[in-house]
Design a protein around this ligand. Structure first.
Ligand code: GRF
Length: 204
């Protein structure tokens, strides 16, 4: 059982509002973790800016920097090793996590999805597409799901889920905004649950 704060990496590609909510929760609650690395496929994005401003290592890692995919995967594993990362939170990371990394962090990697999985998950279901699909289906509620990452997109064990109503007149954008507020509530809570599981060695 680790007696230090659990070393967390956050993988991002965009604004990083979920990253910021995790960062804030870690400080405020406080949570039994420290964010030691922000990894992104984009050198410039809100998440990377936030990491740099807050003294968190910001690592730009993209397949394009390597001759082969295998070298990219090797570099990702090496970086995670170098920063002694024990758990990973995907927060708007728009790339598939390599299998070898999924295996290395089984039961220790979370993702947040802006819908009530298992509905509206899987390949192609990301960003605004998800909310467009929810409205097209005529559902009266949506929400957010935090789940463990497994080999298949959006299929790992669900850690936490919260519902929000779909309101008359909603557009994909207004629904996205309501769901995002919900994401910011449940991601820290789900991380807290995972940290407890790691601490009490329920997983590994
Ligand atoms: C969130 O809606 C999240 O569910 C999805 O990507 C979006 C990321 O937003 N996976 P942000 O970068 O955390 O603001």
């Amino acid at each position: 059982m680790p007696n230090h704060k659990i070393r967390l990496a956050v993988f991002c590609s965009g604004t990083g509002s979920n990253f910021k909510s995790l960062y804030k929760a870690i400080a405020d609650r406080p949570l039994d973790a420290e964010i030691v690395l922000c990894l992104s496929n984009r050198s410039q994005c809100g998440a990377m800016e936030f990491a740099r401003e807050n003294g968190i290592a910001a690592l730009h890692l993209s397949e394009k920097q390597f001759a082969t995919y295998a070298e990219f995967v090797e570099a990702m594993l090496a970086a995670l090793g170098r920063y002694r990362v024990e758990a990973i939170a995907l927060a708007g990371y728009m790339r598939k996590v390599p299998q070898a990394v999924v295996s290395a962090y089984r039961d220790r990697m979370l993702n947040i999805h802006p819908a009530l999985l298992p509905k509206f998950g899987g390949e192609g279901m990301y960003g605004i597409h998800v909310h467009t699909a929810v409205l097209a289906a005529g559902d009266t509620e949506s929400g957010a799901t935090v789940h463990l990452v497994s080999e298949e997109y959006d299929k790992g064990r669900i850690v936490l889920q919260e519902r929000v109503p779909v309101l008359a007149g909603d557009t994909p954008e207004t629904l996205a905004g309501r769901v995002l507020e919900c994401e910011h509530r449940i991601y820290p809570a789900a991380l807290e649950k995972l940290l407890l599981e790691i601490r009490t060695e329920k997983v590994r």
